[in-house]
Design a protein around this ligand. Sequence first.
Ligand code: BG6
Length: 493
Amino acid sequence: AVAPPGAFVIFGGGGDLTKRLLMPAIYNLACAGLLNDDFSIIVVDWAEMTDESLVAQFRESIDDFVNKRGTSAAVLQNDVWDHLTANISYLRGSFEEESTFAALNERLLGRNAVFYMAVAARFFGPIVDFLGESGLASEDNGVYRRVIIEKPFGADLVSAKALNARMLKSLDETQIYRIDHYLGKETVQNIMALRFSNGFFEPLWNRQNIDHIQITAAETVGVEKRGRFYEGTGAIRDMVPNHLMQLLSMTAMEAPTSFDADAVRDEKAKVLSAIQPVKLEDVVRGQYVSGSFGIGDEAEALRGYREEPDIAMGSQTETYAAMKLSIDNWRWAGVPFYLRTGKRLRKRKTEIAIHFKQAPYALFRDTPVDKLTPNIMVLHIQPTEGVTMQFSAKVPGPAVRLGGVRMKFDYSDWFSDGPSTGYETLIYDCLIGDQTLFQRADTIEGGWRIVQPALERAAAEHSPLCFYPAGLDGPREADELLARSGRRWLDLS
Ligand code: BG6
């Protein structure tokens, strides 16, 4: 259905997020016919810009997107483009001055509005305060006013709680849309579809049948130009309480009673609250040193984290983290969840691997139980999207021998997806007032509660980093974390 009329206000519209993702996502929504004819974009920033230069920038980002996709579906549609750009305007002003908000109020003329905070985290608080004080956050007269807030949502439990409290002074919880872009990914949403719309997975989805679960978010990119931000953040804060906790809660939550926003978010909050804060002994913090992608003549040399721009010489920031978590409830007691994420690893790969228990006894003489192929179901999130199942089958021939096989479902074999940045669903859901795919305060705070004690102890005790060469699989100590109980990570290659 077409979204209701209204304005989409982007604070920090001159930035990278707007160019790379928001603008193409809005354009894609327009092409899909999901935006109202009465839809306007107002970009607020302090750079010297005009409506025309803004449109030119918008055009560049769409062209980039179209070129990258290289699909005919993404060729610029002129009528859509003309209509969108006729309704874009620029508002120059500081995020910390009342006059900016007064000017915005005049432009909005009492219409529906979404305020998107594509700004550095230090501006979240001030912008929300001004939205409140200026009356822009008020939903009187039947209009809606919603705020989309990006991560990082706080830098720890205390600051996350403080930010929540500050937002709630100006806004009602129903007006707050906390983004975790992982929830915009199709395959993340598919975890729920897979579990709760099929009869055969859910009966196996528990401690009786599952040995352990591995969640991986491996990246090949290094810290790039984000050194200043990343130094004070590190892999744990950057990825774990938010993205990885989302993957974990989708995998481990109980079935909600409906697909209603609060029913889903209640279940997520519940499962997070059953997780014990991770012990520092169960955490491996790594940092990449120089290495390479590939070997020999083809190798691409990679510098170490401490040689990257804006990084301190003796930096103690982790660029890799692995940890073991346990969920204290009837479904998962005794089933470890292993999480790992890191930069400059061998492969870009986000996946959830469900390792099932072995067959209970060896019927096949020539293949003892410990030689059976482990039964693993992998939910591939990116870059390939799909599901594989690994199990044993008989090798053809007179002898009864078993071999490992894989069954693979590839999303692209079954569905043709439209061009997507991953932000389309999130923006559209906000326009129609559906909070299901957005974080609630309790899940954000739940994520912080789990990692916080280990982060504090690591800092207080100067816990040593485990160094790993860029371009490989991460630190050896992460392998040891699983080897302690006779397990091993799935290969990253
Ligand atoms: C962001 C982190 O939230 O997620 C980045 O700040 C990280 O450091 C990115 O690279 C990963 O997202 P994706 O969609 O590439 O897995």
